[in-house]
Design a protein around this ligand. Structure first.
Ligand code: ADP
Length: 399
């Protein structure tokens, strides 16, 4: 069996995983399997597919058997060991949402790193603890295995100071309240893919629209993030499946002081009950809204498209122009209707959509006459994590 790299993306109710084989002299990465344990805390289920998409696991558990993420991890470890015939991965790469101000690159985890990452829990209370759980569990079991933390914030750490700041007192900035930006692994993947697919545009002014259940946009030039719609947390910027996107801070003050809501209730509402779900009262899923006749569904989609158009204009301003737009993630890759609606609102920026290419889901969806090139590129954050993990593994093995 070849050496493998395990990639883990642990969320609040699911643990997504992929295993890559390290192959050949150049140490390429071939997908071996992917899957998830979903429904943690409600209806735990382990599903996995091999590289060809064939189902290799589908097991449902009672909450009594798998009560929490720790138990789910144990079950996953058990299944993986059997599947990999006892061979433990050569390294494990983890998606970690927050690297704070310190980490502008992905790092091998040791006790010191782990302590620093734990200190960032208050900056991402819903994500960071879940992300760190498998790191701690694997360290306890097999401390010799290389584990790498890959951060959603790292790609954005080079922002110019004006894009990194809020207009709040300096001491708060020093306390870490700044515009971090997220989805960095996706933006990094798209940037690298563009460099291979279309090297001639590497220095162009690029906006990538990562439109999934979480959504953001990023302005990129020279392979670097210049600005992004997300800020201190993953709540800011574009409206999302269940998050509101940009919201006047005064609304939060009002809810806390005049509306009798507790901080916990406000937090829950902001992460789970807003966005497309809150506006439509129907669903957080674009597919359901597109299929619905309800005017609230239309309003939710119109709001999404309107805000995406505003963000595109704003990021074009940060780049002082626009040459390329890339759509990616669940909505960006799959919904020609949403892509078309956003592009129609962005005609003034020089976007001229090829409706036929867009409907077909071609890679290039702008017309030959379009000043701005518009593309659709599927993202692969897990492969990016595997790539970084392999790089660090290779460096270790050389020394
Ligand atoms: P995440 O990885 O953050 O869970 P994804 O990038 O997988 O999110 O995006 C999920 C979202 O993509 C779904 O909630 C749905 O709104 C949207 N989506 C997926 N497929 C389609 C489709 N064919 N048409 C429209 N929207 C889609």
């Amino acid at each position: 069996m070849p050496d493998t790299i395990l990639v883990a993306n642990a969320g609040s109710s699911s643990i997504k995983f992929q295993v890559f084989d390290i192959v050949g002299e150049t140490s390429g990465l071939d997908l071996n399997l992917k899957g998830q344990v979903e429904g943690i805390g409600t209806r735990p289920r382990l599903i996995a597919r091999d590289a060809e998409g064939g189902r290799i696991a589908d097991e449902t558990f009672s909450v009594g058997d798998l009560p929490d993420a720790r138990a789910a991890l144990g079950q996953l470890g058990h299944w993986l060991r059997a599947r990999l015939e006892g061979g433990f991965p050569a390294a494990v790469g983890h998606r970690v949402v927050h690297g704070g101000p310190a980490y502008d690159t992905h790092v091998a985890v040791d006790d010191d790193v782990l302590t620093k990452l734990e200190a960032l829990v208050p900056l991402a209370p819903l994500h960071q603890p879940n992300n760190l759980l498998p790191i701690r569990a694997i360290r306890a079991m097999q401390p010799e295995v290389l584990q790498v933390a890959c951060f959603d914030t790292a790609f954005h750490r080079g922002h110019p100071e004006v894009a990194d700041r809020y207009a709040i007192p300096e001491r708060l900035y020093r306390d870490g309240i700044r515009r971090y930006g997220f989805h960095g692994l996706s933006y990094e993947y798209i940037t690298r893919t563009l460099a291979t697919l279309a090297p001639e545009i590497a220095d162009d002014r690029i906006v990538v629209a990562h439109l999934g259940s979480g959504a953001s946009m990023c302005a990129i030039r020279g392979g670097r993030s210049i600005d992004s719609t997300m800020g201190f947390t993953a709540l800011d910027g574009l409206p999302m499946g269940t998050r509101p996107g940009q919201l006047d801070a005064g609304v939060i003050l009002h809810l806390l002081t005049n509306n009798g809501m507790t901080a916990d209730a406000v937090q829950h509402m902001l992460y789970h009950d807003c966005g497309l779900k809150g506006l439509s009262g129907i669903s957080n899923d674009v597919r359901d809204l597109l299929a619905s006749e309800d005017p609230r569904a239309k309003l939710a989609l119109d709001y999404f498209v309107y805000r995406a158009g505003l963000a595109l204009g704003s990021l074009a301003a940060s780049l002082e122009g626009l040459d390329v737009v890339v759509f990616t993630a669940g909505i960006g890759e799959n919904s020609s209707a949403i892509r078309a609606a956003i592009c129609r609102r962005a005609r003034w920026l020089g976007i001229d959509l090829d409706e036929v290419a867009n409907a077909k889901g071609a890679r290039l969806i702008s017309a030959g006459t379009s000043r701005v090139r518009v593309m659709v590129i599927p993202t692969d954050e897990e492969r990016m994590i595997a790539h970084h993990t392999l790089e660090i593994l290779k460096r270790r093995r050389r020394h």
